[in-house]
Design a protein around this ligand. Sequence first.
Ligand SMILES: NC(=O)c1ccc[n+]([C@@H]2O[C@H](COP(=O)([O-])OP(=O)(O)OC[C@H]3O[C@@H](n4cnc5c(N)ncnc54)[C@H](O)[C@@H]3O)[C@@H](O)[C@H]2O)c1
Ligand SMILES: Nc1ncnc2c1ncn2[C@@H]1O[C@H](COP(=O)(O)OP(=O)(O)OP(=O)(O)O)[C@@H](O)[C@H]1O
Length: 509
Amino acid sequence: MLWRLTIHPSLFQYPLFLSYFLHGFITSFSLFSDKAMQELLQSPVQGSDHHLIEFSQTLTTSAQAEASEWKRKYELERARNLNLENRGKSCLQFQTDLDDMTTNNPTNQPTLYNETNEKSERCSRNGICSHEVLRDGNPDSDSKMIRKASFKLSWCCKGEQSDQQKHDIVSFERGNITTGERSSKQISLKWESSPQTVLILTKPNSIPVQILCAEMIRWLKQQQKLHIYVEPRVRVELLMESSCFNFVQTWKDEKEISALHTKVDLVLTLGGDGTVLWAASMFKGPVPPIVPFSLGSLGFMTPFYSEHYKECLESILKGPISITLRHRLQCHVVRDAAKNEYETEEPILVLNEVTIDRGISSFLTNLECYCDNSFVTCVQGDGLILSTTSGSTAYSLAAGGSMVHPQVPGILFTPICPHSLSFRPLIMPEHVTLRVQVPLNSRSPAWVSFDGKDRKQLAPGDALVCSMAPWPVPTACLVDSTNDFLRSIHEGLHWNLRKTQSFDGPRES
Ligand SMILES: NC(=O)c1ccc[n+]([C@@H]2O[C@H](COP(=O)([O-])OP(=O)(O)OC[C@H]3O[C@@H](n4cnc5c(N)ncnc54)[C@H](O)[C@@H]3O)[C@@H](O)[C@H]2O)c1
Ligand SMILES: Nc1ncnc2c1ncn2[C@@H]1O[C@H](COP(=O)(O)OP(=O)(O)OP(=O)(O)O)[C@@H](O)[C@H]1O
């Protein structure tokens, strides 16, 4: 499986983003040496170009050693897969299509190593790239290799896509401090090799979703020749409909779920915002691009119309795709019994928000809040929401928080029904760590929930520690981040809808 990740130099002015992004990708792939990674992550922003290019060369050398073995296994596996799939000949249609796949479609041939090498050289000249050879983690199928599509992310400047421009946010020349043009524009994803595997996630208990899912799978297999993964529940539903869906793949346990990001090129969600949250929660590390189709009632994060799925997917599979990189929060529950902060429970990632509230207790919550160890305030009321900017249009909005463009990196600090006249919501910068603690003298415990789910009790002395997660959720845009955001607040919330004042009437002279 090969990956290629190119990072445009303008990203270097976002050191946190860069280290998060790279850390996310790097730690998930075992080829990077620890030393190289430390050097990379510790390198000063100005020198990043140099470090990254060196790094990419190390990686390419490592990849060379495995590439010919990979190619041999890949071809063996491909032959084996075709054999297996050919056994289910009862479905004549699928068989014909598989035959077409091998004879007529040269794009489905395995990419040769030389081509990859050539690409890597090209990539080192223009930007930063990494090539990965990944193995399927399943010990039972040692020879099973799946190639993952490679893609490139870049910023678009002034409505155009530019790989070359680099802007400094702040410059200091001859004693004058000036701010330069910000390059935090629309992010665009270009495929460098075709996507081959999609994961389809669906809202449960919905007949229209079930029907669309089956139709989409047929089309993706027959017309696009893609490998398809679904949840175990969905595979059972599909097989009840027809044994022709035998080719659809799924997973058995958590371990296989945790390896999904190494196999899946694209995630399609069929449902509402809750299904996008569900999809994000399945990836505890790096997340493949998500294409959210709207089959819910509100759909702030689901811009794609399911009726036009064929045109949409054709365009997505071809690329380029406008992407919203949605930041997530990483939350740790620290129990009072823990001897230090590192002894926490597994971190939980949220795309919308983490809420600390009074749960079923009728007492006021009493929450002490700290930001990077500075005391912020004490929340006495129903609770507190720590929200991402994507979540700013959800619960935080209902509690009086601002709506914030999802591409703005920040953490919203929104009280729920505070019993005080002056407690306005805050927005903190992305780099802070927030700590919400239930004081030992609190009259009652508090309850924490993550994207509206997985409630946990916080006893007096326990704390929730929250910071920006290294792994954002890339969601595909229908138009672009800003257009999609504005459309969702207009259509979803009828934001600032008012009849326009008529032309006739009194005027200022
Ligand atoms: N008072 C409230 O507004 C309130 C109360 C509880 C939970 N919620 C939200 O529900 C979310 C869980 O969603 P679910 O679908 O699993 O539960 P759900 O089925 O109860 O739906 C909650 C509603 O929130 C909407 N929503 C979710 N994320 C959104 C976002 N980022 N922007 C705008 N609207 C959004 C959904 O479309 C849905 O209409 C939580 O993360 C929380 O933000 C809101
Ligand atoms: N694949 C899934 N497996 C289990 N639960 C899911 C899955 N997809 C979605 N859910 C849950 O189902 C609930 C409803 O999902 P979703 O919000 O997508 O649909 P909806 O409520 O019809 O849409 P809307 O919120 O726009 O009205 C959410 O709580 C979500 O967490």
